[in-house]
Design a protein around this ligand. Structure first.
Ligand SMILES: *Cc1c(COP(=O)(O)O)cnc(C)c1O
Length: 383
């Protein structure tokens, strides 16, 4: 970096906003503990700083998909309960058990790995049995549940495991009133009652993700697992904007204009010439592309704020850059371009990009690439 010139691109991560979101979510589910889900590098926001900030604001659990993600949090010095749930035979089982992770277990094959390493290492493994209550993805089918519960209790009696949780995951919590919500909740209660009837005494029973935490109090049980809402992004347009939900977007994606130039009428712009200038105009070059996570599907549609005005991606998003038609205006090279942020300066939001690209806002923030430095602001807790 030269002098004070801002970097080519940066994702500014407002940790005060993240802490405020965690406090808002805790107030929504006052009787439950809160797990901050920080999988996929905290949905692109940076796992360790976000996990640390979430714990400062009252989260008492961290959740990741893969064991490697959970082990990275332990290696960074984060203590307390950390749960992970996406296993393949390669584990790493022993490291996970020795790091005192809570292991989401969806089937007998996985329980057998846990029992094997618990026996070899002398550690009691914490396992949380996952019920497939209707999502049809991970989790144990009702027909296989009695066997999984029985085997887990047998291993518990031998001191090899402790069943610390019974849990499940919703398919349609972001669609209020969807009949699958009530059906899954009934099924969850049944599978839970069966396990407790057999003698399981879990620390935590949980099924709520962000949309359920925000809209379905009857789903909160002992713990809510919130991901997207921690980052101040709405789980779906149907549920409202972040502001409607009392949330504040954490990520602002900004770039510095790399070039501003005059071009004549009829000038093609970017690969394939899908945009052709209607008249004499100016083009601005924004130095981020699909390698940075700017969706190519937003070619011709993605919005940005430059010089106080919304401009639209002109032509295709390329690997490293895209152009905008500045309509004859000449902001200086280096001018701040905001792709998305909380909207305070009138900039687009991640939800606007999701709409432009035909996807969900989860994907917009999560895919921001490693070439974009994360810059943390408001790291210190206020007050
Ligand atoms: C990702 C994930 C969550 C968090 O979902 P959000 O909709 O982002 O709140 C919760 N539980 C599980 C099992 C997940 O995979």
């Amino acid at each position: 970096m030269t002098g004070n010139a801002p970097a080519r691109a940066r994702a500014e991560i407002d940790l005060a906003a993240l802490r405020a979101n965690v406090r808002t979510l805790r107030a929504q589910a006052p009787a439950a503990a809160l797990m901050a889900v920080v999988k996929a590098d905290a949905y692109g926001h940076g796992a360790v700083p976000c996990a640390t900030a979430a714990l400062e604001a009252g989260a008492t659990w961290l959740g990741t998909a893969t064991p490697e993600e959970a082990l990275a949090l332990r290696a960074a010095g984060l203590s307390g309960r950390i749960m992970c749930w996406l296993w393949t035979p390669s584990g790493p089982w022993r490291e996970a058990v020795e790091a005192d992770l809570d292991l989401g277990i969806s089937g007998l094959w996985a329980l057998k790995h846990v029992i094997r390493v618990a026996r070899a290492s002398g550690h009691t493994a914490r396992v949380q049995l996952k019920a497939d209550t209707g999502l049809g993805r991970n989790g144990c089918q009702p027909a296989d549940w009695p066997e999984l519960v029985a085997q887990a209790l047998r291993a518990q009696a031998q001191g090899l495991v402790r069943v610390t949780g019974i849990w499940s995951h919703f398919a349609c919590a972001d669609e209020p009133g969807h009949p699958a919500i009530a059906a899954q909740l009934d099924r969850f209660r049944e599978m839970l009652a069966y396990a407790e009837g057999q003698g399981v005494r879990p620390d935590v029973r949980h099924i709520a993700n962000s949309p359920a935490t925000l809209t379905l109090p009857e789903t909160h049980f002992d713990l809510v697992r919130t991901g997207i809402a921690v980052y101040g992004v709405s789980p779906s347009p149907e549920l409202g904007t972040p502001a409607d939900l009392g949330l504040r977007p954490v990520m602002t994606l900004a770039a510095s204009l790399a070039l501003v130039k005059h071009v004549p009428a009829g000038h093609g712009v970017s690969y394939g010439h899908h945009y052709v200038t209607a008249g004499e105009t100016t083009l601005g070059l924004v130095p981020v592309g699909y390698a940075d996570g700017v969706p190519r599907h937003a070619s011709g549609t993605g919005p940005v704020l430059v010089g106080g005005k919304w401009r639209t991606v002109a032509g295709r998003v390329a690997m490293d850059q895209f152009a905008v038609d500045l309509g004859g205006e000449e902001p200086p090279v280096g001018e701040r371009v905001i792709l998305f942020g909380p909207g305070d300066h009138g900039e687009p939001t991640a939800e606007d990009w999701a709409q432009a690209a035909g996807t969900i806002a989860y994907e917009i923030v999560t895919r921001i690439g490693t070439r974009v430095p994360r810059v943390y602001v408001n790291k210190e807790q206020e007050g």
